[in-house]
Design a protein around this ligand. Structure first.
Ligand code: CTP
Ligand code: CA
Length: 220
Protein backbone atom coordinates (compact mmCIF):
# COMPACT_ATOMS: atom_id res chain seq x y z
CA UNK A 1 0.00 0.00 0.00
CA UNK A 2 1.14 3.61 -0.57
CA UNK A 3 2.96 5.21 2.36
CA UNK A 4 0.68 7.38 4.43
CA UNK A 5 -2.49 5.48 3.64
CA UNK A 6 -5.62 6.13 5.72
CA UNK A 7 -5.16 5.15 9.33
CA UNK A 8 -1.38 5.43 9.41
CA UNK A 9 -0.14 8.73 7.97
CA UNK A 10 -0.36 10.58 11.30
CA UNK A 11 0.22 7.66 13.69
CA UNK A 12 2.15 8.89 16.74
CA UNK A 13 1.40 12.58 16.08
CA UNK A 14 -0.39 14.66 18.67
CA UNK A 15 -2.72 17.19 17.01
CA UNK A 16 -4.39 20.08 18.81
CA UNK A 17 -7.43 21.66 17.15
CA UNK A 18 -9.66 24.56 18.23
CA UNK A 19 -13.12 24.90 16.73
CA UNK A 20 -16.37 26.81 16.93
CA UNK A 21 -17.13 30.26 18.27
CA UNK A 22 -16.56 31.53 21.77
CA UNK A 23 -19.29 33.10 23.86
CA UNK A 24 -18.43 36.12 25.97
CA UNK A 25 -20.99 36.82 28.70
CA UNK A 26 -22.64 40.23 29.01
CA UNK A 27 -24.80 39.16 31.95
CA UNK A 28 -26.16 35.76 33.12
CA UNK A 29 -28.56 35.50 30.15
CA UNK A 30 -26.77 37.32 27.30
CA UNK A 31 -23.51 36.93 25.41
CA UNK A 32 -21.40 38.18 22.49
CA UNK A 33 -20.94 35.50 19.81
CA UNK A 34 -20.38 34.94 16.08
CA UNK A 35 -21.81 32.73 13.33
CA UNK A 36 -19.20 29.95 13.45
CA UNK A 37 -20.86 26.49 13.48
CA UNK A 38 -17.68 24.55 14.31
CA UNK A 39 -18.27 22.27 11.29
CA UNK A 40 -14.93 22.89 9.57
CA UNK A 41 -12.91 22.36 12.75
CA UNK A 42 -14.83 19.21 13.71
CA UNK A 43 -14.35 17.83 10.18
CA UNK A 44 -10.59 18.45 10.50
CA UNK A 45 -10.54 16.67 13.87
CA UNK A 46 -12.39 13.70 12.33
CA UNK A 47 -9.98 13.54 9.37
CA UNK A 48 -6.92 13.72 11.64
CA UNK A 49 -8.25 10.90 13.83
CA UNK A 50 -9.01 8.78 10.73
CA UNK A 51 -5.34 9.19 9.76
CA UNK A 52 -4.21 7.80 13.11
CA UNK A 53 -3.38 11.02 15.00
CA UNK A 54 -4.00 11.55 18.71
CA UNK A 55 -6.47 14.42 18.46
CA UNK A 56 -7.35 16.93 21.17
CA UNK A 57 -10.29 19.08 20.09
CA UNK A 58 -10.98 22.21 22.09
CA UNK A 59 -14.50 23.22 21.22
CA UNK A 60 -16.46 26.37 21.83
CA UNK A 61 -20.25 26.13 22.26
CA UNK A 62 -21.49 24.13 19.24
CA UNK A 63 -24.18 21.55 18.55
CA UNK A 64 -22.02 18.83 17.01
CA UNK A 65 -21.20 15.23 17.90
CA UNK A 66 -17.63 14.39 18.90
CA UNK A 67 -15.90 12.58 16.00
CA UNK A 68 -14.84 8.98 16.74
CA UNK A 69 -11.50 8.64 18.50
CA UNK A 70 -11.23 12.36 19.35
CA UNK A 71 -10.63 13.75 22.86
CA UNK A 72 -12.90 16.77 23.24
CA UNK A 73 -12.62 19.61 25.76
CA UNK A 74 -15.61 21.98 25.85
CA UNK A 75 -15.10 25.66 26.65
CA UNK A 76 -17.23 28.78 26.49
CA UNK A 77 -15.04 31.88 26.48
CA UNK A 78 -11.81 32.86 24.71
CA UNK A 79 -9.95 32.87 27.99
CA UNK A 80 -11.17 29.34 28.78
CA UNK A 81 -10.08 28.27 25.27
CA UNK A 82 -6.61 29.78 25.82
CA UNK A 83 -6.26 27.91 29.14
CA UNK A 84 -7.44 24.61 27.57
CA UNK A 85 -4.93 25.00 24.71
CA UNK A 86 -2.16 25.62 27.21
CA UNK A 87 -3.17 22.53 29.21
CA UNK A 88 -3.22 20.37 26.05
CA UNK A 89 0.39 21.17 25.09
CA UNK A 90 2.78 19.88 23.90
CA UNK A 91 1.55 19.01 20.40
CA UNK A 92 3.27 18.20 17.12
CA UNK A 93 0.67 20.04 15.07
CA UNK A 94 -1.82 22.75 16.06
CA UNK A 95 -4.68 23.85 13.81
CA UNK A 96 -6.58 26.81 15.22
CA UNK A 97 -9.89 26.88 13.40
CA UNK A 98 -11.93 28.55 16.14
CA UNK A 99 -13.57 31.90 15.52
CA UNK A 100 -12.37 33.33 18.80
CA UNK A 101 -14.23 36.45 19.92
CA UNK A 102 -11.79 39.34 19.62
CA UNK A 103 -13.41 41.16 22.53
CA UNK A 104 -15.18 40.29 25.75
CA UNK A 105 -17.10 42.61 28.02
CA UNK A 106 -14.65 44.23 30.42
CA UNK A 107 -16.91 43.36 33.33
CA UNK A 108 -19.87 40.98 32.88
CA UNK A 109 -22.85 41.91 35.07
CA UNK A 110 -23.66 39.51 37.94
CA UNK A 111 -27.40 40.02 37.46
CA UNK A 112 -29.56 40.44 34.35
CA UNK A 113 -29.28 44.00 33.05
CA UNK A 114 -32.74 45.61 33.20
CA UNK A 115 -34.35 48.26 31.02
CA UNK A 116 -34.52 51.44 33.02
CA UNK A 117 -36.63 53.52 30.63
CA UNK A 118 -33.81 56.06 30.61
CA UNK A 119 -30.14 55.74 29.60
CA UNK A 120 -29.10 52.85 27.33
CA UNK A 121 -26.60 50.35 28.73
CA UNK A 122 -23.03 50.77 27.44
CA UNK A 123 -20.87 47.71 26.84
CA UNK A 124 -17.26 48.31 27.81
CA UNK A 125 -15.05 45.86 25.86
CA UNK A 126 -11.65 44.33 26.59
CA UNK A 127 -9.43 42.52 24.07
CA UNK A 128 -9.16 38.73 24.38
CA UNK A 129 -5.81 36.91 24.36
CA UNK A 130 -4.63 35.89 20.89
CA UNK A 131 -4.24 32.13 21.23
CA UNK A 132 -2.48 31.67 17.88
CA UNK A 133 0.05 34.46 18.43
CA UNK A 134 0.60 33.15 21.96
CA UNK A 135 1.39 29.64 20.66
CA UNK A 136 3.78 31.08 18.05
CA UNK A 137 5.85 32.66 20.82
CA UNK A 138 5.61 29.74 23.26
CA UNK A 139 8.70 27.62 23.99
CA UNK A 140 6.39 24.61 23.45
CA UNK A 141 5.39 25.90 19.99
CA UNK A 142 4.10 23.00 17.85
CA UNK A 143 6.43 22.20 14.92
CA UNK A 144 3.58 22.92 12.49
CA UNK A 145 1.31 25.80 13.54
CA UNK A 146 -1.68 26.60 11.34
CA UNK A 147 -4.21 29.40 11.65
CA UNK A 148 -7.46 30.06 9.82
CA UNK A 149 -8.60 33.44 8.59
CA UNK A 150 -12.16 34.38 7.82
CA UNK A 151 -12.19 37.45 5.59
CA UNK A 152 -14.89 39.33 3.72
CA UNK A 153 -12.56 41.13 1.25
CA UNK A 154 -8.93 41.07 0.02
CA UNK A 155 -8.85 37.46 1.29
CA UNK A 156 -5.34 36.43 0.21
CA UNK A 157 -3.69 39.77 0.98
CA UNK A 158 -5.17 39.83 4.47
CA UNK A 159 -4.11 36.21 5.01
CA UNK A 160 -0.54 36.97 3.95
CA UNK A 161 -0.42 39.87 6.40
CA UNK A 162 -1.84 37.61 9.12
CA UNK A 163 0.75 34.89 8.42
CA UNK A 164 3.53 37.39 9.03
CA UNK A 165 1.89 39.06 12.02
CA UNK A 166 1.00 35.83 13.84
CA UNK A 167 4.29 34.07 13.01
CA UNK A 168 2.52 30.80 12.21
CA UNK A 169 3.45 28.41 9.38
CA UNK A 170 0.28 28.39 7.29
CA UNK A 171 -2.92 30.38 7.14
CA UNK A 172 -6.00 28.73 5.68
CA UNK A 173 -8.04 31.65 4.39
CA UNK A 174 -11.65 31.66 3.36
CA UNK A 175 -14.06 34.19 2.00
CA UNK A 176 -16.95 34.46 4.46
CA UNK A 177 -18.81 37.17 2.56
CA UNK A 178 -21.35 34.50 1.46
CA UNK A 179 -22.90 31.82 3.71
CA UNK A 180 -19.68 29.94 4.58
CA UNK A 181 -20.08 30.50 8.31
CA UNK A 182 -22.55 27.83 9.31
CA UNK A 183 -22.72 26.56 5.70
CA UNK A 184 -21.73 23.16 4.25
CA UNK A 185 -19.02 24.17 1.78
CA UNK A 186 -15.77 26.08 1.93
CA UNK A 187 -13.41 27.50 -0.72
CA UNK A 188 -10.01 28.04 0.84
CA UNK A 189 -6.59 29.43 0.01
CA UNK A 190 -3.59 27.82 1.75
CA UNK A 191 -1.12 30.64 2.36
CA UNK A 192 2.40 29.55 3.35
CA UNK A 193 5.92 30.99 3.15
CA UNK A 194 6.19 29.13 -0.17
CA UNK A 195 3.18 30.76 -1.81
CA UNK A 196 -0.58 30.40 -2.20
CA UNK A 197 -2.56 27.30 -3.14
CA UNK A 198 -6.24 27.94 -3.95
CA UNK A 199 -8.69 25.05 -3.77
CA UNK A 200 -12.08 24.79 -5.43
CA UNK A 201 -15.25 25.13 -3.38
CA UNK A 202 -15.64 21.77 -1.60
CA UNK A 203 -17.75 20.24 1.17
CA UNK A 204 -16.11 20.92 4.54
CA UNK A 205 -15.26 17.24 5.13
CA UNK A 206 -13.37 17.15 1.82
CA UNK A 207 -11.50 20.35 2.68
CA UNK A 208 -10.60 18.66 5.97
CA UNK A 209 -9.24 15.47 4.36
CA UNK A 210 -7.27 17.42 1.74
CA UNK A 211 -5.81 19.68 4.42
CA UNK A 212 -4.83 16.75 6.65
CA UNK A 213 -3.17 15.03 3.69
CA UNK A 214 -1.14 18.17 2.98
CA UNK A 215 -0.22 18.33 6.67
CA UNK A 216 0.82 14.66 6.71
CA UNK A 217 3.08 15.33 3.68
CA UNK A 218 4.61 18.33 5.44
CA UNK A 219 5.44 16.49 8.67
CA UNK A 220 6.49 13.18 7.06
N1 CTP B 1 -7.18 33.56 16.88
C1 CTP B 1 -6.82 33.16 18.16
N2 CTP B 1 -7.13 33.96 19.22
C2 CTP B 1 -7.78 35.13 19.04
C3 CTP B 1 -8.15 35.54 17.74
C4 CTP B 1 -7.84 34.72 16.68
O1 CTP B 1 -6.22 32.10 18.30
N3 CTP B 1 -8.06 35.88 20.11
C5 CTP B 1 -6.81 32.69 15.76
C6 CTP B 1 -7.99 32.08 15.02
O2 CTP B 1 -8.36 30.85 15.58
C7 CTP B 1 -7.42 31.94 13.63
C8 CTP B 1 -6.43 33.08 13.50
O3 CTP B 1 -6.11 33.47 14.84
O4 CTP B 1 -6.69 30.75 13.50
C9 CTP B 1 -6.90 34.27 12.75
O5 CTP B 1 -8.09 34.76 13.33
P1 CTP B 1 -8.70 36.09 12.78
O6 CTP B 1 -9.91 36.43 13.57
O7 CTP B 1 -8.83 35.97 11.30
O8 CTP B 1 -7.50 37.10 13.11
P2 CTP B 1 -7.42 38.40 13.98
O9 CTP B 1 -5.97 38.56 14.32
O10 CTP B 1 -8.37 38.34 15.13
O11 CTP B 1 -7.78 39.56 12.97
P3 CTP B 1 -9.20 40.20 12.53
O12 CTP B 1 -9.10 41.63 12.96
O13 CTP B 1 -9.22 40.03 11.04
O14 CTP B 1 -10.32 39.45 13.22
CA1 CA C 1 -10.62 37.99 14.92
Amino acid sequence: PPAGGRGEALRGKRVLITAGPTHEPIDPVRYIANRSSGRQGFAIAAAAAEMGAEVHLIAGPVHLATPPGVTRIDVETAREMAAAVDAALPADIAILVAAVADWRTADAADQKIKKTGGALPVLQLAENPDILAGLAGDPRRPALLIGFAAETEHVVAHAQAKLARKRCDWIVANDVSGDVMGGQNNAVHIVTGQGVESWADLPKDQVARKLMEKIADAVR
